[in-house]
Design a protein around this ligand. Sequence first.
Ligand code: URP
Ligand code: ZN
Ligand code: ZN
Ligand code: ZN
Length: 484
Amino acid sequence: MATKVIKGGTIIAADRTYKADVLIDGEVIAAIGADLFGDEIIDATGCYLMPGGIDPHTHLEMPFMGTHSTDDFDTGTAAALAGGTTMVVDFVLPGADGLLVALQDWFQKAGKARTDYSFHMAITSWNKQVFDEMPKVVERGINTFKHFMAYKGALMVDDDEMFASFLRCGEIGAMPLVHAENGDVVAHLQQKLLAEGNNGPEAHAYSRPPEVEGEAANRAIMIADQAGVPLYIVHVSCEQSHEAIRRARAKGMRVYGEPLIQHLVLDENEYKHEDWDYAARRVMSPPFRDKINQNGLWAGLASGSLQVVATDHCAFTTEQKRFGVGDFTKIPNGTGGLEDRMPVLWTKGVLTGRLTPNEFVAATSTNIAQILNIYPRKGAILPGSDADIVIWDPKAKKVISAKTQKSAIDYNVFEGIEVTGLPRMTLSRGNIAYKDGEVLAPTGSGRFVEREANPSQNRALSTWKELTAPRKVERDPKNIPAGV
Ligand code: URP
Ligand code: ZN
Ligand code: ZN
Ligand code: ZN
């Protein structure tokens, strides 16, 4: 196999920073050290070498709200590579035919991927078929199950279904994920707002206040604790849900929180724009929040109460967003971000001093690799790891613009933001997948990454159960009254 050596760079890992060459043999890292030589030399002088980003939250070509998200595994993963991300984890939505049929469908769609990929399986209803198929999903290398507590009448599961599914996750060594918003309250508020003539995109935000997210996050945590499973909460956008996570973690519960790059940077004023299209393009759930929430999210990433920054990339064109003219509840929910996550996080996080470069690596790659049980194959620059490496030029600048993006939609929610720090080159399993503005990895070059079940992670969240496990009180028969 031909070898490559990346020379002159500084490796940033989640736990340390050091200068070294990296020798790549085929698809994996063969050695790290001084003065290494190989067939091809890649000069990384002045650059950082970081493990390729992992985005654990994407919706590519997903059927949703009467349409399909426009970025598919081809354009979505091209955008990912241009932004330094080398792996995505996409959500499989089952239809009436169950989990395994849907999974086949997703494998087919992902055949176009340019990055490696994995899936989370959504549980959107509860019946014997779902119960029986869950372990088969785990056998296919998928150890996470997503539950929507919102989207009433479509994807939402109630507490009964969620508890049953969480218990099943516990039995099979899988971890549940939740989209935490109280869907009943949202549905009620939506109807109230529409009845009052509030039908613009700003009403989307009014219908999903932070309390709706905080309540659902707290409820999901308590239900997971009863079921004895860890919990991963996607798109944590506000103090209310972050506080629930902090409280749970302080009690010893295994709860993980994932803020999105959008919520870290953009706020609810975006919905007050006088241009309907501008506001509608930013409609996603949870909505952008009062800026006051952002400080807490940044602090959570630094202090460890939040572990992962994702995108929830679910991109709709302006034309698709216009399905909701006159009725905000019909605006397809979702925004893009795959190309921008790492440059925006670096610019707004590392360059402002909110995150160290090591914390940046932890939040964009290493932590999620560990949570998803694919570390150190992914999420690390170590001998034996897949050679998924981003060569990061900390001096490179650009102004984010839809005109130059790889995503297939016609706008960008980060339009006009100047970023400093960009990938010069992205390597995917040893191949140069992106270089100087151009995506080189062909469509179909990505591979499915199997994730084994992780029973060791799967212990009761708190010690509560042991301390208060129900025990029958042995009573002298004379203290038991005769039955009637
Ligand atoms: O608005 C969003 N986030 N759309 C994608 C589906 C979801 O809720 O994650
Ligand atoms: Zn979804
Ligand atoms: Zn969601
Ligand atoms: Zn999502």
